[in-house]
Design a protein around this ligand. Structure first.
Ligand SMILES: [Zn+2]
Length: 151
């Protein structure tokens, strides 16, 4: 039986990028340092920058926000991190994921700004769908979300 690439524990997964067996704690550390290497190689951030992380409450942006927060502290990037969430105004969908975003805010201790379609444009997605029907609503929603993140 093989062991973790980094310690004597039994492996739970195989790291796709390296093809090596890993236990969960070693994988998490490997993942964080892999992201760090990419940040360093691409010189994507400058010390003192304000960085807004778009968060939806889903797993991808939650992992991104957690990883950025850990790396900013561990490697002293000197970044001012913020969480930004766009509320499209879709009942039964975004209201549920915003509850997750509020948990992120609490866990990470980062300032959170929630921008709603209602505040930015005067319409929620639910109101738009009532007016135009369900056919082209993804077009409206996608364009509105990109513009909201830009603003
Ligand atoms: Zn290990």
């Amino acid at each position: 039986m093989s062991t973790c690439y980094n310690c004597s524990e039994l492996p739970s997964i195989k790291i796709a990028k390296t093809n090596e067996p890993s236990c969960i704690p070693c994988f998490l550390h490997w993942f964080e340092e892999d992201v760090h290497q990419t940040i360093i190689e691409t010189k994507i951030f400058q010390t003192g920058e304000k960085v807004a992380i778009g968060v939806s409450g889903g797993k991808d942006s939650t992992v991104l926000a957690h990883t950025m927060n850990i790396l900013n502290q561990r490697h002293q990037y000197g970044l001012d991190l913020y969480l930004v969430c766009i509320d499209e105004g879709i009942e039964g969908y975004r209201d549920a994921s915003i509850r997750e975003v509020l948990i992120n805010e609490k866990d990470l201790g980062l300032p959170l700004k929630i921008l709603s379609y209602k505040d930015l444009y005067g319409w929620t997605m639910d109101e738009i769908v009532k007016k135009i029907g369900a056919k082209n609503n993804c077009t409206f929603c996608g364009v509105f979300r990109r513009q909201a993140l830009d603003r």
